[in-house]
Write a protein that binds this ligand. Structure first.
Ligand code: PLP
Length: 459
């Protein structure tokens, strides 16, 4: 295909996109005027190409999900094989298929503690909505139907279906179309002492324990949280926090729901995020990394005591999606997990954390605005401040992270600028788990140049 034919094709697609494709989490007015920011066409490992043939580093694994990187042909072969045999079958009314069963067994074998069965969904939001419904169902079966409320954390992201959206607290998502459910409360995150019962802590008001005391434990079905918050800014809880929440749930009879949609399948340097603190949640929601994005799949892992209660029920479990237990998606997930284990991908994520941290130390030493950095496995962030000595934030009008993000994009690195609340300028970095040392150095050097360019703009 000649260069000019390719150009006219890109042009044509841009026009069609503007006209017909309403994009998620995109400003519709700007998009209708300007069209797509980039039109991806192929990828290999941490790199992804656009239709012009320009190669970008995928510094956030797209939406934190392409854990094995792009162009993984074994996954493509697996999908082709399964689709050629049986692409899909229903899982309703007791129907089943081999990939869904084999994957269930595999997931249970990997999951911590007695998370011993799985309910499949097509993605993360559906997994969280499913967890909420299973929690309420469980308490109904336990003879406590008044336990219906949920507590989530500030800065949480749990997805966009109506219940998951309510649990999400990032302002734009939380308020979009004013569609929440009732009975979801947001607590201050990561206050270990408070959750352990220290009422003298000046932050006690609004912590999880305070909310439970005010609402009454007998009205609370569950607490949902990401073991490490992702979209809210990559917030790693202090040691002891998840254990304190686990203890609190045990003490007061509340289900602990871990949203591992980002943190599952090696992202944090262990197979699941909760393993960093040896905590076993009652329900564990997963999606994204389970297939590295090669097929749409999510689900909820369920602890034995909940399963035991549910299987006593003689009626129908009237919940499920057309694509629950999708044969091709499950086959791809199985292969994805097989490759993760075979190629020591989780260990690689842990080792590359050290390389990232070295890079971050360099950025900090060179650029005063790089004030805080954090990484757990390949889930990481840097925070920018106008004055790192006083933690004085940039004025909102400066759009610090957006500008640095643009500078990175110009230099062919995609990262994720995050603004949560006033004055917080966070850049998330979460490359595919197959990344190597040299590629991390390449990424850091682009960030270095991009911040330098931003510093020039400021002066
Ligand atoms: N939970 C977390 C922690 C997420 O990061 C996301 C997506 O980014 C979701 C849930 C929602 O998943 P999905 O977009 O597959 O519905």
């Amino acid at each position: 295909e000649s260069l000019s034919m390719n150009q006219s094709r890109i042009q044509e697609l841009a026009e069609l996109d503007k006209k017909y494709f309403l994009h998620p989490t995109t400003a519709p007015k700007t998009h209708a005027e300007e069209g797509p920011k980039i039109m991806f066409s192929e990828g290999k490992g941490i790199f992804v190409n656009d239709m012009n043939g320009d190669s970008y580093i995928d510094g956030v694994s797209m939406l934190w999900n392409v854990n094995l990187g792009h162009g993984q042909l074994e996954l493509a072969e697996t999908a082709k094989e399964q689709m050629s045999k049986l692409a899909y079958s229903s899982s309703f009314i007791g129907y089943s298929n081999e990939p869904a069963v084999r994957l269930a067994e595999k997931l249970v074998s990997l999951a911590p503690g007695d998370l011993n069965s799985v309910f499949y969904t097509s993605g993360g939001s559906e997994a969280n909505d499913t967890a909420f419904k299973l929690a309420r169902f469980y308490w109904e079966l336990k003879g406590k139907p008044q336990k219906r409320k949920f507590i989530a954390l500030e800065d949480a992201y749990h997805g966009v279906t109506i219940a998951a959206q309510t649990a999400t607290s990032i302002p734009n998502f939380h308020t979009f179309s004013n569609s929440g459910i009732s009975d979801v409360f947001h607590a201050k995150p990561h206050l270990t002492n408070c959750e352990l019962g220290d009422k003298s802590d000046p932050n006690y008001e609004g912590c999880i324990r305070d909310i439970i005391e005010k609402e009454g434990a007998d009205t609370i079905a569950g607490i949902i949280m990401e073991p490490i918050q992702g979209s809210g800014g990559v917030h790693i809880p202090p040691d002891g926090y998840l254990q304190a929440v686990r203890e609190l749930c045990d003490e007061l009879g509340i289900l602990f729901i871990a949203d591992e949609v980002i943190t599952g399948f090696g992202r944090t340097g262990l197979m699941f995020g909760v393993e960093n603190w040896d905590v076993v949640p009652d329900l564990l929601c997963f999606a994204k990394g389970v297939t590295s994005g090669y097929a749409q799949l999510g689900g909820v892992l369920i602890r034995q005591h909940i399963r035991d209660t549910i299987v006593q029920y003689e009626g129908v479990l009237s919940h499920g999606f057309t694509y629950s237990g999708h044969a091709t998606a499950c086959a791809v997930a199985l292969k994805n997990i097989e490759i993760i284990e075979r190629d020591n991908i989780v260990v690689n994520a842990k080792m590359m954390e050290q390389e990232l941290k070295k890079g971050f130390e360099y950025l900090k030493s060179k650029h005063p605005m790089v004030t805080k950095t954090r990484a757990i496995g390949l889930l990481s962030a840097i925070e920018l401040y106008e004055n790192s000595d006083t933690n004085k934030p940039f004025d909102i009008s400066v759009k610090a992270t957006a500008q640095v993000g643009e500078e990175c994009f110009k230099r062919k690195l995609m990262i994720r600028p995050i603004r949560v609340g006033e004055g917080k300028n966070i850049i998330a970095i979460a490359p595919p788990l197959v990344i190597n040392k040299q590629e991390i150095e390449q990424m850091i050097s682009i960030i270095d140049e991009s911040i330098t360019a931003f510093e020039k703009i400021l002066t």
